[in-house]
Design a protein around this ligand. Sequence first.
Ligand SMILES: *[C@@H]1O[C@H](CO)[C@@H](O)[C@H](O)[C@H]1NC(C)=O
Length: 393
Amino acid sequence: VLLLFLLWPLCLLSTCPSPPLATPALGSRHPAAEEPPTFRMVQISSFANHSWARTLGSAWLGDLETHSWDWLVGTIRFLRPWSRGTFSKEEMKHIQALFQFYLHAFTREIPAYVSQFQLEYPFEVQISAGCKINAGKTSELFLNGAYQGSDFLSFQGTSWVPSPGAGSRAQNVCKLLNRYRDIKEIVQTLLGYTCPRFLTGLLTAGRSELERQVKPEVWLSSGPSPGPGRLLLVCHVSGFYPKPVWVMWMRGEQKQPGTRQGDLLPNADGTWYLRVTLDVAAGEVAGLYCLVKHSSLGGHDIIIHWGRYSILLILICLTVVVTLVMLVVVNSWFEKQCSIWNHVSPYVPSTVFPVGANTQDIRSSGHQLCLAKESWIKKKFMEKWKTNLKQFW
Ligand SMILES: *[C@@H]1O[C@H](CO)[C@@H](O)[C@H](O)[C@H]1NC(C)=O
């Protein structure tokens, strides 16, 4: 039983260094290419009490989820059309059986060690393991385990090593694990040999999706005021792929040191979203602009000016207001004119054009003209107003 438990740290594993939000050097065109391709399997096991445990499993190529573990059925879910990489169906079946065995055993056996290692319910075990392929085509494996959200142990070279600060419990667990040579060999084979082979196949099969370039959309808004007399300018950058992006609030050639980057957030379609803010005095917004560099832009950086944006808004408002005022003035002028006509010929029903020539004809045709003109003007202005609205809204 212990063997089962030990068996699978295999899969466990590691943190791939999440790409720092760091700003690629200005002018760097393909920062994504610098990150070594990484395949990572993640296991999160929650133990509520002696009889209740649940495990979530997923696998990631860089920041893209490629597989998840269906806990109820005990099978691998392939999340992308190319998630099998270049492995055959048989090979995948074999790997799936291995995971079934391991995950089941892990979840069932851990409670047996609760008292030996003084684990306390409820607790959570996280394991991250996988491999990355470095520039020289060499591969590197990693496996890290955490207990209750803190680093606990890792697999280094050929043995299990407690994490610094994880205490005697981690030392004892590693001492135990290190007695099992078979397990260590399985970890080395699976992560050091099978994993890079699978990763290479994934990169080949998924090439068109992995190498796509999607341009960001950029817009500005103001956030909640940070204080009296201050403005929070927000630059939204959304829908770009791949992930590395460089965004800065600028004035002239000057980067604004108060620029703050939010977290890179995923959109549902696999593209990314980033919010970059600047806290400024309300009187100092002139000349500020948001500068966006991304590999999809082919060197044509996106620049959006704060000032011009608000001038545009003011123009729109002015146009709408002026048009409305004109509409009201013209309308009331025509009403006045028409009431004069009505007054002059009170007996002519406005809807009937009288037949026969008499002096009233002149008056009533004047009245008709008045009505026609009025509706023509109204229509004209309404249309213009509506078009304006449509254009600017
Ligand atoms: C164990 O935990 C589960 C989930 O929290 C709960 O539903 C169940 O009643 C618990 N069982 C016992 C024996 O405490």
